[in-house]
Write a protein that binds this ligand. Structure first.
Ligand code: AMP
Ligand code: ZN
Length: 473
C-alpha cells in the first residue's frame, strides 16, 4: 500500500515520498520547560514517537530533531503576555536557568517512562541564539523586517504566501481579527523576531544583537534550529494542532522568506487530549500530569496504551474509566502473550519467514493499519485478533506480539519476562483457582475473602471481561 500521511498543508492524505530515500528528517516542536508537561502535551509526543517508529518499521532511516524552548515563549502565542519562563521563575523564587533545568529533566523522565524514544538531536533554544540572529539578519537583508518600539517584527504583508498552512484569508488579514495589544505592529498578524528590553524590563535571559540587547521570539527559534540541524528543505514537521494558526504559520513565513524556497514537505498535527469537554491546558487549570496518574496506581504505559486507542487526528476524551480499560487491556495482552510463551515452551520463532503464510498475512495487516495515516486503533485491533485467533500457533503469537511492539512500544517482551520471573507458589496458584471457582458459583463473599488473602500474600487481582489477571503488588 505505501505510507500515507495527512498533510495539514493541503488538508489531504498524501503518499509519503521522502526527499532523500536513505534518510527521513523530522522536526518536532519540543516542550516549553516552565512547568511539568501535562498528559495532553504527552499525547502529542506519543504521536510523534509512533510516527518515528512507524517510519523505522517501514524501513526508513530517521533523523529526528526536537528543540527545548527555554526562552521566548510568551503566555500568548501572538506576542502578548509574559515570558512563560520568567513568570515561572518569579512565582517559585528560582532562576530561569534552574527552572529550565528542572523541567527539562522532568520532561525526559516522563517521556522515558512512556517509552518515547529520544530524538536524535535535542537542542536548547538558548544554545542557538547566534543562529537565530543570523536568520533575522537574512530577513533584514531581504527587507522583511521593521523595527518598532525597540522590537524587530516580521512584516507579513511582504510575504504573499502568509497563512497558507492555516488557510488564512488574506483579504481578512487587515481586519484585525486577532485582539492585538501591541500597537507597534503594522499588521496585527506581524510577529516579533527579536524582543528588546523595551518589552520586559526585568528579563534575565538576554543577549547582544544588532538590534539591541534582548531575546528571540518563540517562532524564530524553531526555524533557526530546524535549518541548522535538518537543512533548508526537509521532510516532516509536527506538533499539536494549536500550532497551526500562529506558530507554524509564522515559522513557514520567516523561513521561506529567508531562503526563497519551500521549506517542509509534510506538516503533521495531533489533535487535543480533552478533559471535561475542554482542551487540556495549563492556562485553563484543567490538566493532569503523568506523576498524578502514577500516584493513582497506573503504569505510564497504561497511558501510552490509552493514547493508541484513538487516532492522532481525532480528539481523545480523557476519563479514569477509559484509563482503567486501557490498563486492563494492556495487562490482558501481557497475560495472553505470557501464557503463549509458556505454552510454546519458552520459545519463539526466529524470524518472520519461519511463520505460516497465514501469520505472515497478519504482519501485512498491521503494516497496512500504520500505513493508513498511522491508524493505531486499527493496529491494536490486529493485535487482539491475532491473540484470539486459533489459526495462529502460540509460538507465532509470541513472535508477532514482539514484532508489533516495535511500533506500539508497550514493552511487551520485557513485561512478559518480568512476569514470568515471578514464581507463583502452589499456595497462591491454588487460592487463585479457588477464587475463580467461587466466582463461577456466584459465591462472591468467599471470592472476596480469597482476594484479601491473596492481597496479604502480595498478589493483586483484576477482573476483566477476558478473565482475571494478577500482578505482584
Ligand atoms: P508546549 O510545551 O506548550 O509548547 O506544548 C507542547 C506540545 O503539546 C505542543 O506540540 C502542543 O501543540 C501540544 N499540546 C498542548 N496542549 C495539548 C492537548 N490538550 N492535547 C494534545 N497536545 C497538546
Ligand atoms: Zn516550534
Amino acid at each position: 500500500m505505501g505510507l500515507k500521511l495527512y498533510n495539514t498543508m493541503g488538508r489531504e492524505l498524501q503518499e509519503f515520498v521522502p526527499i532523500n530515500p536513505n534518510q527521513v528528517s523530522i522536526y518536532a516542536c519540543g516542550p516549553t520547560v516552565y512547568n511539568f508537561a501535562h498528559i495532553g502535551n504527552l499525547r502529542t509526543y506519543v504521536f510523534e514517537d509512533i510516527l518515528k517508529r512507524t517510519l523505522e518499521y517501514l524501513g526508513f532511516k530517521v533523523k529526528h530533531m526536537m528543540n527545548i524552548t527555554d526562552v521566548g515563549h510568551l503566555t500568548d502565542d501572538a506576542d502578548s503576555g509574559e515570558d512563560k519562563m520568567e513568570k515561572s521563575a518569579r512565582e517559585t523564587g528560582k532562576t530561569v536557568w534552574e527552572i529550565a533545568e528542572f523541567y527539562t529533566e522532568a520532561f525526559f523522565k516522563d517521556t522515558k517512562s512512556l517509552n518515547i524514544i529520544y530524538a536524535d538531536v535535542i537542542s536548547k533554544a538558548t544554545d542557538n541564539i547566534q543562529e537565530m540572529i543570523e536568520l533575522i539578519q537574512r530577513l533584514e537583508e531581504k527587507g522583511y523586517i521593521y523595527i518598532a518600539g525597540g522590537n524587530v517584527y516580521f512584516s507579513i504583508d511582504k510575504f504573499p504566501d502568509y497563512g497558507k498552512l492555516a488557510l488564512l484569508d488574506r483579504q481578512k488579514l487587515h481586519a484585525g481579527a486577532r485582539i492585538e495589544v501591541d500597537s507597534n505592529k503594522k499588521n496585527p498578524y506581524d510577529f516579533v523576531l527579536w524582543f528588546t528590553k523595551s518589552k520586559f524590563e526585568n528579563q534575565t535571559m538576554i543577549w547582544d544583537s544588532p538590534w539591541g540587547r534582548g531575546y528571540p521570539g518563540w517562532h524564530i527559534e524553531c526555524s533557526a534550529m530546524a535549518i541548522k540541524y535538518l537543512g533548508e528543505h526537509f521532510d516532516i514537521h509536527c506538533g499539536g494542532i494549536d500550532h497551526i494558526n500562529v506558530h507554524h504559520t509564522n515559522e513557514i513565513a520567516q523561513t521561506e522568506a529567508a531562503t526563497g524556497k519551500k521549506w517542509v514537505n509534510y506538516w503533521l498535527h495531533a489533535e487535543f487530549l480533552v478533559l471535561n469537554k475542554e482542551k487540556m491546558a495549563k492556562s485553563a487549570g484543567n490538566f493532569l500530569t503523568l506523576a498524578e496518574l502514577v500516584k493513582r496506581g497506573y503504569d505510564p504505559l497504561d497511558y501510552r496504551y490509552f493514547c493508541l486507542t484513538g487516532h492522532y487526528r481525532s480528539q481523545l476524551q480523557f476519563s479514569w474509566e477509559s484509563l482503567d480499560s486501557s490498563r486492563n487491556a494492556r495487562l490482558n495482552i501481557i497475560e495472553k502473550v505470557k501464557s503463549c510463551y509458556e505454552e510454546a515452551g519458552k520459545k519463539t520463532v526466529g524470524k518472520a519467514s519461519e511463520l505460516s503464510d497465514y501469520a505472515q498475512k497478519l504482519i501485512f495487516n498491521f503494516r497496512d493499519s500504520l500505513e493508513d495515516d498511522l491508524n493505531c486503533p486499527k493496529a491494536l485491533a490486529v493485535v487482539w485478533t491475532m491473540l484470539k485467533d486459533s489459526k495462529v500457533s502460540a509460538i507465532e503469537k509470541v513472535f508477532l506480539a514482539i514484532e508489533f511492539d516495535k511500533v506500539l512500544g508497550l514493552s511487551l517482551w520485557e513485561e512478559v519476562n518480568r512476569e514470568s520471573n515471578i514464581s507463583i507458589d502452589d499456595e497462591v496458584s491454588n487460592l487463585i483457582k479457588e477464587r475463580e471457582e467461587a466466582r463461577k458459583n456466584r459465591d462472591f463473599k468467599q471470592a472476596d475473602v480469597l482476594r484479601d488473602k491473596l492481597k496479604d500474600l502480595g498478589i493483586e487481582l483484576k477482573d476483566t471481561p477476558d478473565g482475571t489477571v494478577w500482578k505482584k503488588l
